[in-house]
Write a protein that binds this ligand. Structure first.
Ligand code: HEM
Length: 555
């Protein structure tokens, strides 16, 4: 007993650093390691995603180790964009997705690709899903759904702007509802009408709900009751950060799974699986077995589930990946969870950033107005996707970069290796910053010869990289002197890179583009009172603004 206690005491208060990687000495003798300094810094700068930056500066190294929860091994943090890009993109034999990131997903979607380590089965599974979420699917199935949601959102905001009568109002929740409507319909084929219900609720409340006397106070609206699909989706999504923080994620999940809330939502998930699959099959019942059923069927697809069921029916015993219906539903549920809050958070950054940058906002509006004819008021979705507007492309890239909604991606070293001359032991967890704004250390700290070949080759590959104001919103950095858009002006890590990067990148980019165009053509974002436009940020799953208000003037 005494020996066990002594062992625990040693593990808690004599934490062992990895050799050769800089760290804070006092942290090895504290139960909570670096956590006190990190939380103090997060509070000071108001942005938890930036709390490690001072540690890099203090330790004068682009690779450091930090001690977090008690009994955890130290985590290795890297903040050199060129090297991280190479690590994610090319060094996939040495680094795979970290178990710590996958664990919270496993009990929820055990059959999904995220729960597999790299290998032939994972590759075949991803290939199958890439065929399902194809360019054709994005254009013919997803784009019209996104466009309709954007139109509904414009209608909702017009009603809210009228009721608010110049007062600012909160929009983060509306973006969440809109992206949930989109992803649910695009993946599973059921229309939740979330935004439309919200609009009706606002109209209902407008007759009875008094507005604050000051035009600088937040407007009040009635909100709609949410669907059980919404509650189940949000509940399971909320479990991810909760279990990520737990030292024993599996136990945390088991604990949650005994709760009546889990049981209630799990029952909804299971029932919907049966119902949605039946609805999908019913859509194609009349053409089953017909000669050219594939081409007829493709025209009828309303969601990814339709396409998945057909692909899966063709899987043969010779295929390396032979999914069950449960696996298929798990993958769709993963896409649903990954694609909901992420896109909503990026949308929340859009008005926040553009309100603070009225000049850039006006330039964007002018570029859109010059391209799209004044009628019809809402451009057709395919016109939006095909539009060649350099300032729009530049604004989108810059919003994604500055929004930086997933500030870190995590990898696990699958063998003993090195990064920037530091030894990285097999099994260690490596946290890579995706924030493309770190000024690299000078040659005295980081000589070029410790870089990998790819990292060396990347030098100078980006035209506008390391301009002075990388922490600022500045779309012009993505434009060449002749005004054309330069997609390679700055490195892009927001969706990560390499084979384990974001699977829904194109889906998210398409939705964001449609929403930005529709909202900017219909509204001017007016300045917000200072007390509703704070700089603070919170990070649960995504890096989100604490305050997300708009003051809209319909155009
Ligand atoms: C603005 C929106 C989004 C951003 C910034 C974003 C970013 C990311 C990032 C940084 C990762 C981690 C990749 C890594 O570990 O290297 C990721 C993973 C993932 N994302 Fe996204 N994402 C977004 C939207 C979406 C959407 C809309 C979907 C689905 C339709 C989606 C599906 C996924 C999936 C399935 C993974 C896990 C991939 C794997 O581990 O194999 N994401 N995303």
């Amino acid at each position: 007993m005494t020996t066990a206690l002594l062992h625990l005491y040693r593990r808690a208060f004599r934490r062992r650093p990895y050799p050769g990687i800089p760290y804070n000495r006092p942290s090895t003798r504290r139960l909570f390691g670096d956590i006190p300094e990190l939380t103090a810094e997060a509070r000071r700068c108001g942005d938890p995603s930036k709390m490690t930056f001072v540690q890099f500066a203090r330790l004068r190294s682009p690779v450091i180790q930090l001690f977090l929860a008690p009994f955890w091994k130290p985590l290795i943090f890297i903040n050199d964009t060129r090297e991280i890009e190479d690590l994610l993109q090319n060094r996939t034999r040495e680094f795979d997705k970290s178990h710590s990131i996958v664990e919270p997903f496993r009990p929820l979607v055990p059959g999904a690709s995220i729960c597999k380590v790299k290998g032939p089965v994972w590759k075949a599974q991803v290939k199958l899903w890439t065929d399902i979420i194809s360019v054709g699917y994005l254009r013919d199935v997803a784009a019209p759904i996104m466009h309709r949601a954007a139109l509904e959102l414009v209608d909702l905001f017009k009603v809210k702007a009228q009721v608010a009568d110049g007062r600012p109002f909160w929009v983060a929740e509306d973006f969440k509802i809109a992206t949930f409507d989109v992803i649910w319909m695009a993946m599973l084929g059921a229309d939740l009408h979330g935004i439309d219900e919200e609009r009706q609720a606002v109209l209902r409340g407008a007759r009875t709900l008094p507005q604050p006397s000051s035009k600088d106070d937040e407007a009040e609206f009635e909100t709609a009751d949410k669907s059980e699909e919404w509650h189940a989706g949000c509940y399971f999504l909320s479990l991810i950060p909760a279990t990520l923080r737990s030292p024993i994620p599996r136990l945390a999940h088991i604990w949650h799974s005994f709760s009546p809330t889990w049981k209630r939502h799990w029952a909804v998930k299971t029932r919907l699986k049966r119902e949605l699959i039946e609805s999908s099959k019913a859509r194609f019942a009349d053409i089953e077995g017909s000669e050219d059923d594939e081409s007829i069927a493709e025209q009828r697809d309303v969601c990814a589930l339709d396409r998945a069921l057909r692909r899966f029916a063709r899987v043969s015993p010779a295929d390396i990946y032979r999914p069950t219906t449960d696996d298929m539903y798990d993958e769709l549920f993963l896409l649903l969870m990954s694609g909901h809050e992420t896109t909503a958070t990026l949308l929340a950054w859009m008005p926040k950033i553009l309100t603070r940058h009225p000049i850039e906002q006006h330039k964007l509006w002018k570029a859109l107005r010059a391209y799209f004819p004044p009628t019809p008021r809402a451009p057709d979705v395919h016109a939006i996707l095909a539009a060649d507007i350099p300032y729009l492309d530049a604004s989108i890239e810059e919003l994604v970069r500055v929004g930086n909604i997933i500030p870190e991606v995590v990898r696990e070293a699958t063998c003993d290796t090195e990064v920037l001359g530091f030894r990285i032991p097999k099994g260690s967890t490596v946290v890579c910053s995706t924030y493309v704004a770190h000024k690299p250390f000078g040659k005295d700290i980081l000589p070029e010869d410790v870089r990998t070949e790819n990292s060396l080759a990347n030098k100078g590959g980006y035209r506008a990289f390391w301009e002075q104001d990388m922490s600022e919103y500045h779309p012009e950095r993505w434009l060449r002197k002749d005004g054309s858009f330069d997609a390679k002006a700055v490195p892009k890590l927001a969706f990560s890179a390499g084979p384990r990067a974001c699977f829904g990148r194109k889906f998210a980019q398409q939705q964001f583009r449609i929403m930005v165009v529709m909202l900017m053509l219909n509204f001017e974002l007016l300045p917000i009172p200072k007390n509703l436009d704070g700089e603070d940020v919170f990070t649960k799953l995504t890096r989100s603004p604490c305050q997300c208000f708009v003051r809209l003037k319909p155009i």
